[in-house]
Design a protein around this ligand. Sequence first.
Ligand code: 13P
Ligand code: SF4
Length: 315
Amino acid sequence: MLTLIEKEILDLKQKHNALILAHYYEDSAIQNIADFVGDSLFLAQKGSESNCDVVLLAGVLFMAESVKILSPKKTVLIPDMNAGCSLVNESPFSEYKKWKNSFPNSVMVTYVNSSAEVKSISDVVCTSSNVEKIIQSIPKDKKILFGPDKHLGRWVKKITGRDMEFWNGSCQVHILFSAQRLFEMKQEHPDALVIAHPECDDGVLSQSDIIGSTSKLLETVQKGKHKKYIVATEDGILYQMKKSRPDVELIQAPSNSSCACNQCPFMKMNTLEKIRDALKRLNPCIEISPDVLQKAQIPLQRMMKISRNETVVWN
Ligand code: 13P
Ligand code: SF4
């Protein structure tokens, strides 16, 4: 049976012909009322493909901006405008632009966890689920500038062997997993498979069996033969993992201290009450200046094309 607030949200959704999208890091109550739950690439695809007039993105600001950039005519809502991301905060536009200008003949690949302005000066965008494919699609003689996440960048450089420079940014949640404590945990649970998001640092990634986006980590648990998993990513994902595999043991990877470090404070700003209020007021609503939006469409659409195995032109 629906609770009062769930009913209010469903009524408002119908009234405004709205689609609700939630990231895996949201609370289970939010994941339960969403039309689709997924990783950042999937949410951008679902938001832009939909023929709804309104898209509410229960995630962080850059995810809602991606939907708006790909489908500017839609009203795109976010429950809390302050739901940012440390990677966005650590890549201010003017500094990022200076960096780009200091490597004139390179290709700039920007992680989707970035501002619309930063995307607007990038050659192509990537997410953690398509980063390898995007890097492989770039002509081999080109130097690659990769930002803002240096850990994701270093990981993909290791796999592809490409000539890459990194912006010095990181995810404040994923860098707190402790390599030393993970090593000790692995001794205690030698039968566990370690699965990690590539935003973790190399000390954690080098001890991991599977590295990938939130969707890939979920799929690993859903389809895996193991009975035990050590999970190095934000704890919201555990909800879908437990739901589809109640028979397996899920252990959260240890962090450097006893805080709830593996919770993203930005993702957790969203609540059912804020979702209801946003749908009632059609606000907070994503606004991007037409110039930035038009320029940011080019690298985002390029990413979508490469993801669909279509050929892109590099100039
Ligand atoms: P995914 O694209 O894997 O969902 O990751 C988004 C994110 O912000 C991870 O911290
Ligand atoms: Fe940003 Fe990290 Fe939160 Fe993902 S988990 S939204 S990268 S701060």
